[in-house]
Ligand binder design. Structure first.
Ligand code: SAM
Length: 586
């Protein structure tokens, strides 16, 4: 999370005494504390807090009581692990229950989300700090606590003493006294290198690692030097300083750091499962981007996105929405970069804006806005009788209704009708809420299986949206834990459904009508492979140039699109990685 994104995270370090945190700031890319101890003190001073300040603030709490924000972050991780919960649903409830707001809420949010996103990176670091004890041998709650501590030290620049002592206190309160020594020792070992130094340890210099994962001693020395470490004395020194409770402490990472090919290294350093890293590289290359862009793409997945709002046409204007945000005290409100109906608010709670409350506006990534706008703007052909109808629109997979609400607003302006279909009844309920501001009579919500719609209503619609259920690999920024939950097996499970839904959509659209096939994933197996597989079996569909359609819509041209499909990217466009194919029935 970048400082401007949280707005409050940076200041939190300076005035974190309000509830006992010693909060840090997200590090800049080139920031890094030196491991000789100077850096640690430097970080403390930069925060405007001495170590003593933290101690005094900690002392203001009852001894042994964990910091409420850290406790909330821990509970989020526990719920995600034990109950398969979604962090973005659990966290707001916990914040409300515990009465955490403002900086406390921002701290808890960054701690929970950042730890979940960067879990892979922190596990690779922690593995170097447990004296050879595999992480799988640790109790799961202890591993959660270590990850939380590692994120405070390496990802949030919380002063080391505060990160360690607060995590130890949290350990005692939530798990018991037994693992407190281990947590203390391992986190102290983590803190002996800066993030940059750890990344150098985890990523051998280009060309140094071989496929078998071995380097020679010269390589290790070279790597050691890059990490700012020069000699064996230094390593001995570090070993001596390790608090060896429970045998924990930093292993000499330069001796046996796990090495491997680029994908393995990037997966560790940028915290993605290897199968996802590989798939993203394939997708980049398939859409005409260099594989060298992969690190930037992975890094973009690790940054919290700024919330975008959609001003639904005819229901509220972007100007009126901006006024509401300004009246709510938000500064830095700006127009969307691509979508003409997008507004990027200044960081307050968008749910409190009057237009959002009455569903005239909503939270919606610009990528999602663009694909809905593209469907509404795609050129239709005449029907069998040569007429140019544009009256019947269909959203085949509508829940929870973000695109249906934008399409409904546009349909109303054109005098068209939208059928919003959704198979899950509770999600159909969410669609009703999303479209609540669209004048009555424009949108009808239907609960049913989209695969049947083509047969039930053949050749009936002018425009059809298929926002297919998918892995969501394009929205990893917004779903912190999902990268660890998804498996390649999900692709296998979703694949027939995606093909059947697209086939049904093509049956339901009239000749001359247009289908938008959309996924919030760039994975080729659920994007191009689905479209091309379905089209191979039919000769009545032409692929439109979706890039040309978007060019007529966007505030400025989107770079890096090759066509005819559109693949958006978080690193290049700042949107979710949405895929769009526009298909017109002949
Ligand atoms: C990617 S989401 C759609 C998001 C939605 N378009 C929006 O913008 O808010 C996919 C939706 O498809 C629904 N779905 C899954 N299988 C379906 C089916 N067989 N028929 C219709 N909808 C289905 C899921 O319940 C889910 O709500």
């Amino acid at each position: 999370m970048s400082p401007d994104r949280t707005g409050r995270a940076g200041g939190a370090g300076r005035s974190g005494g309000d509830s006992g945190h010693d909060r840090g700031r997200p590090p800049g890319r080139d920031s890094g504390r030196r491991r000789d101890g100077q850096g640690r003190d430097g970080a403390v001073r930069r925060d405007g807090q001495g170590r003593d300040g933290a101690v005094r603030r900690d002392g203001a709490r009852r001894p042994g009581r964990p910091d409420p924000a850290r406790a909330v972050a821990y509970e989020v991780l526990r719920e995600v692990r034990e109950s398969d919960a979604y962090a973005n649903l659990v966290l707001p409830v916990l914040l409300r229950e515990r009465g955490l707001t403002g900086r406390d809420a921002a701290f808890a949010t960054e701690l929970a989300y950042g730890t979940l996103r960067l879990r892979g990176r922190y596990d690779a670091v922690l593995e170097q700090c447990t004296n050879g004890r595999p992480l799988t041998a640790l109790d799961a709650p202890v591993l959660d606590l270590l990850r939380l501590g590692a994120h405070q030290i390496l990802g949030m620049r919380v002063p080391v003493h505060a990160a360690v002592s607060e995590t130890v206190t949290l350990t005692r309160a939530s798990v018991g006294p037994a693992p407190a020594g281990l947590v203390n020792a391992v986190l102290r070992a983590v803190a002996r290198r800066s993030l940059q130094e750890w990344l150098a340890v985890l990523a051998p210099p280009a060309g140094k690692a071989n496929r078998a994962g071995h380097t020679d001693r010269t390589d290790r020395t070279d790597r050691t030097n890059r990490a700012g470490r020069t000699d064996r004395t230094d390593r001995t020194d570090r070993t001596d300083r390790t608090d060896g409770a429970d045998g924990a402490g930093e292993r000499d990472a330069t001796e046996d750091a796990p090495l491997g090919d680029d994908v393995a290294v990037l997966s560790r350093t940028e915290s993605h499962p290897e199968w996802i890293t590989r798939a993203l590289r394939q997708a980049l290359v398939a859409h005409g981007r260099p594989a060298a862009d992969l690190p930037g793409l992975l890094a973009a997945d690790n940054a919290a996105p700024r919330v975008a709002l959609v001003a639904r046409p005819g229901l509220v204007t972007t100007d009126a929405l901006a006024d509401e945000a300004a009246r709510a005290g938000e500064s830095g409100v700006r127009r969307g970069r691509w979508s003409p109906v997008a507004l990027v608010p200044g960081g307050g709670d968008p749910a409190l804006l009057p237009s959002v409350r009455r569903a005239a506006a909503g939270v919606q990534d610009e990528g999602s806005q663009l694909v809905a706008l593209a469907l509404a703007a795609a050129p239709l052909g005449p029907d069998r009788e040569g007429a140019a109808h544009d009256r019947q629109w269909l959203d085949l997979c509508a829940g929870p209704g973000g695109k249906a609400a934008l399409l409904g607003a546009l349909a109303h302006q054109r005098g068209a009708h939208l059928l919003a279909n959704e198979v899950a009844p509770h999600r159909a309920g969410l669609v009703r809420g999303s479209v609540a501001a669209v004048p009555a009579g424009t949108v009808e919500v239907r609960v049913g299986d989209g695969r049947e719609v083509g047969e039930l209503f053949p050749a009936s619609y002018d425009r059809v949206m298929v926002d297919a259920p998918c892995t969501g690999l394009g929205a990893l920024r917004r779903r912190p834990e999902s990268r660890w939950r998804r498996t390649p097996g999900d692709l296998t499970a979703l694949s027939p459904l995606q093909r059947d839904l697209l086939t049904s959509a093509l049956e339901s659209v009239r000749p001359g009508g247009v289908v938008a096939y959309v996924t919030c994933s760039p994975h080729l197996a659920e994007t191009r492979a689905v479209v091309e597989d379905v089209l191979r079996r039919r000769d009545d569909v032409e692929v439109l140039d979706a890039v040309a359609v978007l060019d007529d819509i966007t505030v400025e041209p989107l770079p890096g699109l090759t066509g005819p499909y559109v693949q958006l990217w978080p690193d290049l466009h700042g949107t979710d990685a949405m895929f769009l194919a526009l298909l017109r029935r002949r």
